[in-house]
Design a binder for this molecule. Structure first.
Ligand code: CIZ
Length: 308
């Protein structure tokens, strides 16, 4: 069996040979974050990768994230080291079911959270991130808006807009698992700590938060707050980066249960193998890619930011 150092050396050689970059989502295991060229949220990573002259992108994240990279960089090879890394939230709605929802509300435009498949993005009018969802919704002239696929994010957005939102019953199982009681328990153990939660969490959890933010927003809040202790209500991979970037602060998971098994499939060996064998190549058919690109681009053209 090879040592860790040998695998790291192979990855470096293969990266050079393939003119490749490695992207790691904020929820990846520490080892993967450490070897990545870029760590971040899915849109940020895909946009930054598109701006490089790399021929190959190894995306250590879940399938919809690799698809986003392929949508923005059709000329590059996008690899997902382990194909099992799907996303249950993205899988909760299909293009066909979204079409049916549209038929029920023909006047309502569709706003789709970036946490969705390429096909669903292609069927949408405009995308949003958790950070800019309210601004995207408010930018539309219609009063009634279809918002998919995450109902918790939808409820959160509904609090800050006068628009009527038609929500889809999708949710992220990793965020859904966190309950009010879990947060109260950790708050009791760390009474000085500020609680930051991702808007994919339930409303009963968001009601307890000092700050509700995307993964990038959580990172900037942690950096900027004077608080020395923080309770983090999102997938626990976030704690690795938070601790690394803020060695003077203490971070506690809101619950040990907040682990996304899909995010944890990628390993150093699989990254090495993906570069060696050029697997698993994520291709989005051109017709779908072009439509999905338009939905993402309409959001970007609003210039309402995507990361707070
Ligand atoms: O798009 C992403 O990276 C996700 C799913 C969440 C976030 O808040 O960054």
């Amino acid at each position: 069996m090879e040592s860790r150092e040998e695998i790291l050396k192979e990855i470096e050689e293969l990266k050079h040979r393939r003119n490749a970059i490695i992207l790691a989502h904020n929820y990846q295991i520490g080892e993967i974050q450490d070897i990545a060229d870029l760590v971040g949220d899915s849109l940020e990573l895909s946009r930054k990768a598109a701006a490089t002259d790399a021929d190959t992108i190894v995306f250590c994240g879940v399938l919809f994230m690799a698809e986003t990279a392929a949508i923005l960089s059709p000329e590059k090879n996008v690899l997902l080291p382990d194909l099992k890394a799907g996303c249950p939230l993205a899988d909760m709605i299909s293009r066909e079911t979204l079409k049916m929802l549209r038929e029920d509300h023909p006047q309502a435009p569709v706003v789709t959270y970036v946490n969705s498949s390429a096909e669903v993005k292609a069927e949408s009018d405009i995308c949003c991130t958790s950070a800019n969802a309210v601004k995207v919704v408010n930018s539309l002239p219609q009063e009634k808006i279809i918002f998919v696929p995450d109902r918790n994010l939808g409820h959160w957005v509904a609090r800050s807009t006068d628009k009527e939102l038609i929500l889809w019953e999708g949710f992220c199982p990793t965020h859904e698992v966190l309950r009010k009681e879990d947060v109260l328990k950790v708050k009791k153990a760390h009474p000085q700590a500020k609680f930051v939660a991702h808007p994919e969490c339930l409303e009963e959890v968001l009601d307890l938060a000092d700050q509700v933010a995307s993964t990038s927003g959580i990172l900037s809040f942690a950096r900027e707050t004077s608080a020395k202790e923080l309770i983090i209500g999102t997938e626990n991979g976030m704690l690795y980066r938070l601790r690394k970037e803020n060695p003077d602060k203490k971070f506690y998971p809101a619950s040990e249960k907040m682990v996304c098994p899909n995010m944890k499939y990628h390993t150093l060996e699989k990254v090495r193998d993906s570069l060696k064998e050029m697997v698993h190549l994520i291709k989005v058919p051109e017709e779908i890619r072009a439509e999905a690109y338009e939905s993402i681009n309409r959001m970007l053209e609003l210039k309402v930011g995507s990361k707070d």
